[in-house]
Design a protein. Structure first.
Lengths: 398, 87
């Protein structure tokens, strides 16, 4: 029997924390929930919106042995999975060795690839591995739309990779796209492609990061398209978003997911040379926390770097904190603000309430330059495909 | 639905990482991540393997009876996501 005073008590819900998880995560965890690890800056493609400005291999790239030490550390920290990317990670000669080492050390891997190097033999090998997820990137539901952004032949290569994985019975892989002004009208077609393979569709947000700084203005969805996207996603809760559209939650109910910027709090990025950045979309000195090659390794960077500790402080007051939608959108994406030249306390450049417009107009009037890249690995002389106008972009070098 | 009198266990290839708020749970088989949002729930889940029943796990951890329904709901969610299973 239980004492009377329990009668009026609201039963404690184990499903609800003493404070909401989002609040818990804002103050950071002792280890990231998961992280992105770009294995190489080398890439056979030159996508116009590449968030890591990839192309050339960096000679300082982590060695195989150093990669193994990273995995050892992640195992100790109980980081259960990493999102491996690049560049094109399959260009590393030790790619399979790294995957096998991760699986043997309880670090699950999801890797992103453009698919070029998944032939029949590679697909067989991947299908035989444990703890592995594969994500193939396309940015158009047909070659015409895709190749404008990712380069000629890239759609056919990605589809061939999907066919090989299906033939090898890999199981449900993921197809990932970045939403642009041009492919937002193709969302149903993307879904049909994914369904035809029994694959999961993943839809993420275009950021003005990396080479995207030059193409973002032309490529990012319009306000009307953002609304269309929001309702499309709300109707399809099984479509993955990597939690990237929380700024859209100001349109109504929150999309599934944490709806939080996890940068330096629950996620981060390790780049090919061991530099640790707050998130995959901020490869810039301003968001560089440290390098895993230094004493104390990744753990020390995660737990002690000034940058990460400051990101775990309560947010400073800004234009957004007085907005009625702040709880829904949390002020939006740090990377998107930074790379268009906004302050981090300003509204997200794609604020669905249009609150960023005066700030963006002021930047234009003042002629403020956007931050220039501090880690550009674009291949010199290789023209990146230019969207919309097919005119030479700023990145096209002589 | 969780049977209060039945035996359960943590599924194979599921790993728990303790946190202030409770724990992260990850299944290497399904590659799904769950959040156990209360330290008491973590203690219950960790006690399943050595308990004859869910009731025994609740009693071992000292979960107040008023909270049992909500714990059963949480355990049912973990069973659906294949983090725990009847044994």
């Amino acid at each position: 029997m239980h004492p009377e005073h329990h009668v009026d008590m609201i039963p404690a819900q184990p499903a609800a924390a003493t404070r909401p998880l989002v609040e818990e995560f804002k103050f950071g965890l002792d280890a990231p929930i998961c992280l992105t690890w770009e294995l190489t800056y080398a890439c056979n493609l030159s996508c116009v919106h590449c968030l890591s400005s990839s192309g050339r291999r960096d000679p300082r790239e982590l060695t195989t042995e150093e990669c193994f030490r990273v995995i050892d550390e992640l195992e100790r920290l109980k980081v259960f999975y990493v999102n491996i990317g690049g560049g094109e990670p399959m260009l590393r000669a030790d790619f399979f060795e790294i995957l096998e080492y991760a699986a043997a050390h309880n670090v699950g891997v999801k890797f992103s690839t453009n698919g070029t190097f998944i032939d029949a033999a590679a697909a067989e090998r991947l299908a035989a591995m444990d703890y592995l997820d594969i994500q193939i990137s396309i940015d158009g539901a047909d070659a015409q739309v895709n190749d404008l952004v990712r380069g000629e032949g890239s759609f056919a290569a990605a589809r061939a990779a999907m066919d090989h994985l299906a033939a090898a019975n890999f199981g449900p892989f993921k197809i990932s796209l970045v939403v642009t002004r041009h492919n937002v009208t193709q969302l149903d077609e993307f879904k049909e492609i994914a369904d035809s393979y029994g694959a999961q569709l993943r839809v993420t947000r275009l950021r003005p990061s990396g080479r995207g700084v030059d193409s973002w203005a032309e490529l990012h969805p319009t306000q009307a398209q953002q609304r269309q996207l929001y309702y499309w996603l709300m109707d399809r809760p099984t479509v993955l978003t990597g939690d990237s559209f929380f700024h859209l939650s100001a349109l109504g109910d929150a999309l599934p997911g944490l709806n939080l910027c996890g940068a330096g709090r629950v996620v981060c990025l390790i780049d090919p040379v061991g530099d640790v950045y707050a998130c995959p979309f901020v490869i810039h000195d301003e968001f560089l926390a440290g390098n895993i090659r230094n004493e104390g390794g990744f753990t020390k960077v995660w737990r002690e770097s000034d940058l990460f500790l400051s990101l775990r402080e309560p947010e400073s007051e800004g234009a957004c904190t007085s907005c009625g939608s702040y709880d829904a959108c949390q002020g939006g994406c740090m990377a998107s603000k930074f790379f268009v030249g906004l302050e981090l306390t300003d509204p997200d450049p794609e604020c669905v309430l249009g609150n960023a417009e005066p700030y963006l107009a002021a930047l234009q009037t003042a002629g403020v330059a956007v931050p220039s890249s501090t880690a550009d690995h674009s291949r010199p002389g290789v023209p990146v495909p230019s969207p919309v106008t097919l005119r030479p972009t700023r990145r096209q070098r002589a | 639905m969780i049977d209060l009198e039945a035996r359960y266990e943590i599924s194979p290839n599921v790993s728990l990482r303790p946190e202030r708020f409770g724990a992260l749970a990850y299944s290497f088989d399904t590659r799904k991540l769950s959040f156990l949002k209360h330290p008491d729930l973590v203690r219950v889940v960790e006690s399943l393997d050595s308990s004859e029943s869910v009731r025994e796990a609740f009693e071992t951890v000292g979960v107040d009876k008023a909270r049992w329904p909500s714990f059963l709901t949480a355990l049912a969610t973990l069973e659906t996501s294949e983090m725990i299973r009847a044994s």
